[in-house]
Design a protein around this ligand. Structure first.
Ligand code: FE2
Length: 367
């Protein structure tokens, strides 16, 4: 890969366009994300719209968009992905200024090609699409609009099913788990190809428990609106949570999607009412909390009651909470996060959190 130090948004990235999950049964997954996470369904592509290959459901909540896709026949290459990984994230798609320019520059900077630029067209117009690879079997689509006026992307038709909004606003960050020794490789890839910078890094002194450890570097675009932390396992006495993920996902992949909200008390109450399961921390966490984070706007009793975690840094504080994995394989999970000035990732919560994760790992016989 070439070393390039030129301006900070070389590919003309605008934002995360959507996150696509390849799943075994998109109809049921859509039901889950509508009823558990409060997404609304907006568009659909499948047999009824003339798509003989896949069924896809577009779900949205404020600016967070997820696309759930399942293959309709045994010849689909998606099946290989499902056999290897189970349900998981295939594509973290970017909206870009100009797909052709973004793709050309990405390849010039050393990106691995997943899809050459092409038109995707239906009666509502045309979208330009290309894709580059990232860790594991994960890709980044590069999407730009020419004259497209349809519901989502060509091939989709509006099919609205309202969900009960829980207050999720947008994707805050998406974390990738990579193999031991590969974290710096993929950080360099994001720096060189996408012009991202190292925002924060954590090592095994920050993130370790008695048993396991991990290393993490957060890569970010220049506006800090697209943030991709990358984790690799660090040596511990037992199997780390990252190794457990890599074993069950069959290699590197997206570990968690953090969803930003504005009123985490309301959001978490809604999610809990909907049956979403979260990791829990011991009571001692809340006994030490006032001393650790000082005064916060939220009611301490409610925070404790809902099991929300709090961390403070020089810039402010944040509130966060992590779900248990949302598949049977202990792979992908979600984070719910609200920021009060802090742009961090909850370093002060790592120990309590990882002890909680390890308790779950032990129950699964994976520690
Ligand atoms: Fe996170």
């Amino acid at each position: 890969m070439k070393n390039n130090t030129s301006p900070t948004n070389p590919l003309g990235l605008k934002n995360i366009h959507h996150v696509e999950f390849w799943v075994g049964n998109a109809k049921q997954a859509a039901f889950f994300y509508r009823h558990a996470f409060g997404f609304s369904q907006l568009a659909y592509s499948g047999l009824e719209t003339g798509n003989r290959e896949t069924s896809s459901y577009l779900l949205q909540q404020s600016k967070a968009r997820i696309l759930l896709t399942t293959p309709l026949n045994s010849n689909s290459p998606i099946n290989d992905h499902l056999v290897k990984h189970g349900d998981g994230i295939r594509d973290i798609a970017f909206h870009v200024e100009d797909t052709d320019a973004a793709f050309e520059e990405a390849v010039r900077r050393g990106a691995f090609v997943a899809q050459e630029p092409r038109d995707i067209t239906d009666e509502h117009g045309t979208v330009r699409h290309a894709a580059v690879k990232t860790y594991g079997d994960t890709i980044h689509s590069l999407i730009s609009y020419k004259d497209y006026r349809g519901a989502f992307l060509p091939g989709f038709q509006p099919k609205e099913v309202a969900g009960k909004d829980v207050g999720i606003v947008r994707v805050d960050h998406i974390v990738g788990n990579v193999e031991l020794g590969k974290m710096n490789y993929w950080c360099d890839y994001y720096a060189q190809v996408f012009g991202f910078e190292r925002f924060i890094s954590f090592d095994d002194k920050d993130i370790s428990t008695e048993y396991s450890a991990l290393m993490s570097i957060v890569m970010s675009d220049n506006s800090h609106s697209i943030k991709f932390p990358l984790n690799e396992p660090a040596t511990g006495k037992r199997k780390s949570q990252i190794e457990e993920y890599l074993d069950f996902y069959g290699g590197p992949g997206a570990q968690h999607v953090a969803l930003l909200c504005k009123d985490i008390l309301a959001t978490v109450r809604n999610l809990r009412d909907n049956g979403v399961e979260f990791l829990t921390v011991p009571d001692s966490y809340y006994e030490m909390l006032p001393e650790r984070v000082g005064k916060i706007d939220e009611d301490a009793a409610l925070i404790r009651n809902l099991g929300i975690l709090v961390d403070r840094d020089e810039e402010g504080y944040l509130l966060q909470l992590f779900t248990k994995p949302v598949e049977d394989r202990p792979t992908l999970f979600f984070e719910i996060i609200q920021r009060h000035g802090s742009r961090g990732f909850g370093k002060g919560n790592f120990r309590a959190l990882f002890e909680s994760i390890e308790a779950e790992q032990a129950k699964r016989g994976n520690l």
